[in-house]
Design a protein around this ligand. Structure first.
Ligand SMILES: Nc1nc2c(c(=O)[nH]1)N(C=O)[C@@H](CNc1ccc(C(=O)N[C@@H](CCC(=O)O)C(=O)O)cc1)CN2
Ligand SMILES: Nc1ncnc2c1ncn2[C@@H]1O[C@H](COP(=O)(O)OP(=O)(O)OP(=O)(O)O)[C@@H](O)[C@H]1O
Length: 194
């Protein structure tokens, strides 16, 4: 498939391959990957003035952001988690503190209950299947982060930080006009800026 094959069949194969790669990457990275990720993330200057950070509750074999979330909470940074409200909608984010219970929603994700305060993050920690040399990402195909980043960047210049295992890197992903670039990707090994 060419890098510019953005057909749904092409993307379906790409997602399947990327999920298999991520699975291998997760096993290779070992049990302390989430701690190394947290260490690489927490040192970044870009986070110094963060007020409200959106994270995610890991599903499938996504790298686990929870040690980083605990440390951010301990620093006094507010945390929120993404909630899908409809197929063509941007994500909304609801407040979450370590220890608070979550509910399972239709997509298999765990989200704060509907009473939790809605928040607007200034930094988004973004899960992904694969990322490329220019900061483009492949997700599960809902377009949720693209729609969300388009909105938040327009409103107040939010920063998008992809979290991944280092081996989720690929040279070039197909992209279409909706795709929003990540500002940086942090892995258990290193940090790349775009
Ligand atoms: N941990 C986590 N939470 C998250 C996301 C995420 O990627 N990771 N999301 C990021 O957006 C949102 C949930 N989005 C999702 C979108 C699609 C599927 C899903 O299961 N898709 C099917 C079919 C895909 C297709 O149409 O080809 C699949 O993957 O089998 C799951 C979650 C919000 N919360
Ligand atoms: N800003 C947008 N406005 C309208 N449609 C969009 C927008 N962004 C993405 N889409 C549509 O959403 C669909 C899925 O996009 P894409 O394949 O880039 O998802 P993804 O980034 O892999 O998924 P996710 O962000 O949910 O993890 C595509 O059909 C795309 O055209």
């Amino acid at each position: 498939m060419s890098a510019f094959d953005t057909s749904e069949e092409g993307k379906h194969d790409l997602r399947r391959n990327a999920a298999a790669r991520r699975s291998r990457a997760s096993r290779r990275a070992g049990p302390d990957a989430a701690l190394r990720l947290a260490d690489n993330l927490l040192h970044r200057d870009e986070l110094a003035d963060a007020r409200m950070i959106s994270a995610y509750w890991p599903m499938r074999e996504e790298i686990d952001p929870r040690p980083a979330m605990e440390a951010l909470h301990a620093r006094g940074v507010g945390l929120c988690l993404p909630v899908v409200t409809g197929p063509d909608q941007p994500l909304v984010f609801r407040r979450w503190r370590p220890g608070e219970t979550l509910v399972t929603e239709a997509f298999g994700t765990s989200v704060p209950d509907s009473m939790a305060q809605e928040e607007v993050p200034d930094i988004l920690l973004v899960p992904l299947l694969a990322f490329d040399s220019e900061g483009y990402r492949l997700g599960y195909g809902g377009g949720f982060y693209d729609r969300t980043l388009e909105k938040l960047r327009g409103d107040q210049g939010a920063l998008a930080v992809g979290l991944a295992f280092a081996d989720q890197y690929v040279d070039l992903l197909p992209r279409d006009m909706h795709d929003e670039k990540l500002d940086l990707v942090v892995t258990e090994q290193d940090v790349r800026t775009f």
